[in-house]
Design a protein around this ligand. Structure first.
Ligand SMILES: *Cc1c(COP(=O)(O)O)cnc(C)c1O
Length: 365
């Protein structure tokens, strides 16, 4: 065939949908659709990244030694077991490129993060979707889906878009139950928001087949700078570094991330506000009669009667200048995912939902 043809699987990739950020008729909409830090980045991170701009003729470090050392001391991990990527998305991509390919199966769950499927297809491998149990990752269902062809298992804990957290005992049971030739990836994009949970660090340190991914995009507020990292056994790090672009992170990204880590007070303030506001949003939603699981992240998932009601609420919020996420592509068409905003933002969301409920009742009387 004389035709330019991509590798099998690539045209099966549905383009990633980012959170909407613009709204016709609203110059400054309230964006609660991408789980970003509503307080922005630490001012110290902005300053450090900006300070690098004058030297943009210079290539950045290829081994990220300084940032890895800063990550190691901030998170109590070993620097040599850390690999940095252009967001944790890139680390997910490396894992699929390195360990999956034609014939291999990669397990993700029913409501799992979209990048697992995208990176699996990009590598020519086959995504295998496993059911969850009432929006919680189901360890037994994952173990039952493992075949001789399984190479990777991706779960996020806390999960997105459900915000649910599996206890460490369940994660350990999953790691124990997997064959030794299957790599378990614990996506820790929201670990900081889950009190008392460290992302499964110990499992990485005591097994050959567990990897943890982390990011600067959520709590640290650097989604636009693109910095994430993976924590893995040395043999895995040595594999991933072979396919990592030597200059994947810019000087601005490296310095910004390092400064963000160092600003511990700022991070502590953001975490504290998130915990209070998350409880207020969850309680407010329940009081209005909407379903909402306990959240271990910086967003909540509100459940409605059906897709029609979710869409009506979504449209109503947009009229009020508020953008949330309708996670239909995550098999949750009857839900809306709402990022925890600043206190005044959450007040706006709750009062809009209260008005919506009031209107709906007025109509039905
Ligand atoms: C946001 C998010 C990521 C990471 O994004 P990066 O910006 O690429 O670090 C990874 N996994 C989940 C589940 C997320 O929600």
């Amino acid at each position: 065939m004389n035709k330019i043809t991509p590798q099998p699987g690539i045209m099966d990739i549905a383009l990633y949908q980012g959170g909407q950020s613009q709204l016709a008729g609203h110059a400054e909409p309230l964006k609660l659709s991408s789980n970003e830090n509503p307080f922005g980045p630490s001012p110290k991170a902005v300053e450090a990244a900006a300070a690098q701009m004058a030297a943009m003729n210079r290539y950045p470090s290829t081994d990220h030694a300084e940032l890895r050392a800063a990550i190691a001391s901030a998170h109590g991990v070993q620097a040599e077991n850390v690999i940095c990527g252009v967001g944790s998305d890139e680390v997910i991509h490396f894992l699929c490129q390195a360990y999956a390919g034609p014939g291999a199966e990669v397990i993700h769950t029913e409501h799992g993060f979209a990048m697992y499927r995208i990176s699996t297809l990009a590598a020519g491998a086959t995504p295998v979707e496993v059911a969850e149990r009432d929006r919680y990752v189901d360890v037994d269902a994952i173990l039952a889906a493992v075949t001789d062809a399984t190479s990777l298992v991706f779960i996020a804990n806390p999960a997105n878009p459900t915000a649910t957290l599996l206890p460490m005992a369940e994660i350990t049971r999953l790691a124990d139950g997997l064959p030794k030739n299957v790599l378990l990836v614990l996506d820790g994009a929201y670990v900081e928001f889950a009190e008392g949970y460290d992302g499964g660090k110990k499992l990485v340190e005591t097994r050959d087949n567990v990897v943890m991914t982390r990011t600067f995009s959520k709590l640290y507020g650097l989604g636009g700078l693109r910095v994430g990292w993976g924590y893995a056994p040395l043999p895995v790090i040595e594999v991933l570094n072979r396919i990592r672009g030597p200059f994947n992170l810019s000087n601005a990204a490296l310095s910004g991330a390092e400064a963000a880590l160092a600003d511990k007070d700022w991070v502590a303030d953001c975490l504290c506000t998130n915990a209070d506001e998350r409880a207020r949003l969850t309680g407010g939603l329940r009081q209005l009669g909407f379903g909402c699981d306990d959240s271990a992240a910086n967003f909540v998932l509100a459940r409605f009667t059906d897709e029609a009601e979710a869409l009506t609420v979504d449209a109503y919020l947009k009229e009020q200048g508020i953008i949330v996420r309708h996670p239909k592509s995550y098999n949750l068409p009857h839900c809306l995912r709402i990022t925890v905003g600043r206190p005044e933002d959450n007040t706006r969301v709750l009062s809009a939902l209260t008005n919506f409920k009031q209107q709906a009742q007025d109509v039905s009387v």
